[in-house]
Design a protein around this ligand. Structure first.
Ligand code: ADP
Ligand code: MG
Length: 708
């Protein structure tokens, strides 16, 4: 039959009539929104038991909770008179007026859990209050009392039982086959059930939790009553975590508008897990928040090697008026007032505590991962220098290397729904212009590519108070948003090599950054990180210190300001450096021979050797730019000078071959520096002043295009 022959009322393009859904169907759909799987039902039931003041909660499970989910508690019980309306929607003992909503401190408050369960399962309640002489048993379907057997009446029946309540949920989703088929199979559903119980038992260490499968004599979870949070975490997540836990209490700033407090247990640098364990309770409800999770995970960057994940448990108590628990039907993903500020304050406190605990930690960490890095293979290709940079490869020096070999870390995920440069993530501005032939590029590249061997640079152990203070300062001055941008950026391209400007993208935003300023900070932090244990870059043959300094002084225009002759200046600077030979060698791996030859330089990053054209300037500046009289300032200013030396930028003696050098430099910036920033840079707030600006927000651009 063709469409033309079809009668008008059968035309498939005609709208179908709208019918009112049957009430029971609506309830069933609504219930499915709240109870999506056995673990959701269990969570609601545990919360009810805790609200009822239970000190022992026992769960019995069959078939991952799909056949049977039974929760027995020793709480206050339910009055017999309340049983008939118990499973109707919006019946609750916890709220009677709208205004109560805002002051409510118990778990659930919408009177929906039992009602919902009764719409998608067979629900039976057995309960006894202290004053009742016997227990009462009632069964429910679709919110109403039903007779347990055909022929009997629906009224609650007297029953022999102990104080407390037992809720039995059978045949979950028997009447919604689609929900049932969406479940994962009983062992996975059971794992989720165990997860919920585990988390609640940590948050309620005073309550005893037991969970077992029907027919099994040994429980899978059994926690004692009157335990402590720490004991509970230890017994449930293993002794190894117990040893590496730190604890802090944080609260609102004294003059804050909304008061709040948080208790946090979190792992230190010794604990490495494959995946993050995150327990978040807000006003004693187990909730989820990916935003908070990510923010707290970020505290561990630079503390844990890449690929290693922490454990943290956060119990946050807020003024109930500032929580919006209604955002998600399952009420798990919450939002609240001052969310960002609170998260930042918690993260900052965690960071400070981690840094304080760091001393012991870093020692232990280097023992754990103390593999010896293979000797570097860095060569400055195409270098016009007489001095050639050679790899450090004798045993003694290799053994003193602080680097450990780790698996090549994967690319960081960009967390954004609005990701724009996805498949074209590798296509940079450079890629859009004609590129030189492969042989040319190869010549210009450093001999080893970063993909060939990536190593994680561990922080060295250092007992100098000054260095520890500087390390702490770096963490304290971190700008969180900037950090997030650098961590998860996509490199777009170099805009101007001479002015050291590049474009990077983060989520939908495009930022113009000074890669010079960022690299300088990066190299400063790399120096600080490896202080006392910097790999050495040997110069072969070693150039004479005085000649190099003289070269730089000649290039400086105003060198006669001091009134000294050129030779006097050279002597003065060389004198200072030679005087400090031992310190320069031990702290910075800058080795000067007694007769004034530069034997080795500190190697801040194996894939990023310094431009030796700038060596004369570096050595010369060490004289006037470093304050040699105070330890703090001396170390800090030396590291700053070293960073400046390492930072790519216009070289003072460029001549022939400039083009090749430019290509090498571009390659270096994109493939070494930006990835290294992602891995190690803790950007300080002051970079925001002039070194990074947002130039566009992609959705805004689209809006502009739409108008055209
Ligand atoms: P809500 O918890 O939002 O009030 P529920 O449907 O979860 O709604 O529970 C309805 C009411 O049943 C509760 O307010 C409480 O009075 C009572 N109740 C449920 N479970 C228990 C229990 N285990 N012990 C005592 N009372 C309970
Ligand atoms: Mg409830």
């Amino acid at each position: 039959m063709t469409e033309r022959d079809a009668s008008p009322e059968l035309d498939p393009s005609d709208p179908k009539p709208i019918r009112k859904l049957k009430e029971s169907l609506i309830n069933r759909i609504a219930a499915g929104e709240i109870i999506q799987r056995p673990a959701n039902a269990l969570k609601e039931l545990i919360e009810n038991s805790l609200d009822a003041g239970a000190t022992a909660i026992k769960t019995t499970v069959k078939d991952g909770g799909m056949k049977l989910l039974q929760i027995q508690d020793n709480g206050c019980g339910i009055k017999k008179a309340d049983l008939p309306i118990l499973a109707q929607r919006f019946t609750t003992s916890k709220i009677s007026a709208y205004s109560d909503l805002s002051s409510l401190r118990t778990y659930g408050f919408r009177g929906e859990a039992l009602a919902s369960i009764s719409h998608v399962a067979n629900l039976t309640v057995t309960t006894k209050t202290r004053n009742d002489s016997c227990a009462w048993k009632a069964s429910y379907v679709d919110g109403e009392l039903v007779a347990p057997k055909a022929g009997a009446n629906a009224d609650p029946k007297p029953f022999a039982g102990v104080d407390g309540t037992t809720i039995t949920v059978e045949n979950l989703f028997y009447n919604t086959p689609i929900r049932l088929s969406a479940l994962r199979g009983s062992s996975e559903e059971y794992a989720r059930i165990l997860d919920v119980i585990q988390k609640y038992s940590i948050h309620n260490a005073l309550v005893s939790f037991v969970c077992k499968k029907v027919g099994s004599s040994t429980p899978d979870i059994s926690t004692p009553a009157d335990s402590s949070t720490l004991q509970a975490i230890r017994s449930l997540y293993g002794q190894s975590i117990g040893k590496s836990l730190l604890h802090i209490d944080v609260e609102n700033e004294p003059n804050a508008e909304h008061s709040w407090k948080a208790e946090v247990y979190f792992s230190n640098a010794n604990y490495h897990a494959k995946r993050t364990t995150f327990l978040l309770f807000i006003n004693h409800r187990l909730v989820e928040s990916n935003r908070i999770k990510r923010a707290l995970e970020a505290v561990y960057t630079g503390v844990l090697p890449k690929g290693a994940s922490p454990f943290f448990y956060v119990s946050l108590e807020l003024d109930p008026r500032s929580v919006d628990v209604n955002v998600h039907p399952t009420k798990r993903e919450v939002h609240f007032i001052d969310e960002d500020d609170i998260t930042i304050r918690i993260a900052d406190n965690m960071q400070t505590k981690l840094a304080k605990a760091g001393e012991r930690t870093f020692e232990y960490q280097s023992l754990l991962t103390g593999g010896v890095a293979p000797p570097g293979s860095i060569k400055k290709a195409g270098s016009k220098d007489k001095a050639r940079a050679a790899p450090v490869d004798d045993e003694e020096e290799a053994a003193s290397s602080s680097e450990a070999v780790l698996p090549v870390p994967g690319e960081r995920k960009i967390y954004s729904q609005h990701k724009v440069r996805t498949s074209a993530a590798d296509r940079t501005l450079d890629a859009m212009f004609p590129v030189p032939g492969p042989s040319q590029v190869k010549d210009a590249e450093p001999a080893s590519t970063p993909k060939a061997r990536e190593t994680f640079i561990q922080e060295s152990t250092c007992y100098l108070l000054s260095i520890r203070g500087m390390r702490r300062r770096v963490l304290q001055q971190r700008h969180r948003q900037l950090y997030e941008i650098i961590q998860n950026h996509t490199f777009v391209g170099i805009v101007d090599l001479d002015r050291e400007l590049s474009l990077i993208q983060h989520t939908t935003r495009l930022y113009l950054v000074s890669h010079g300023a960022l690299s300088e900070e990066l190299f400063y932090q790399l120096g600080l990180r490896q202080f006392g244990n910097l790999p050495r870059l040997r110069l072969d043959p070693p150039p004479p210190l005085r000649e190099l300094i003289a070269l730089a002084i000649e290039a400086e225009e105003h060198s006669d300001k001091s009134g000294m002759s050129k030779n006097e200046l050279v002597e003065a600077i060389a004198g200072i450096l030679l005087d400090k030979r031992e310190m320069l060698r031990d702290y910075f791996s800058l080795t000067l021979s007694e007769d004034g030859l530069v034997e080795s330089l500190p190697l801040l990053h194996r894939e990023s050797p310094p431009n030796l054209d700038k060596l004369p300037l570096f050595l010369m500046r060490l004289g006037p730019q470093v304050n040699w009289t105070s330890e703090d300032e001396c170390l800090d200013s030396f590291l700053r000078e070293l960073a400046y030396f390492y930072t790519p930028g216009p070289s003072p003696f460029t001549g022939e071959g400039k083009e090749t050098d430019t290509k090498a430099e571009r390659w270096q910036i994109e493939h070494v520096l930006f990835p290294a920033m992602r891995q190690y840079l803790v950007p300080p707030k002051n970079l925001l002043d002039r070194d990074i600006v947002m130039v566009a927000n992609v959705p805004d651009l689209y809006r502009v295009f739409e108008r055209c």
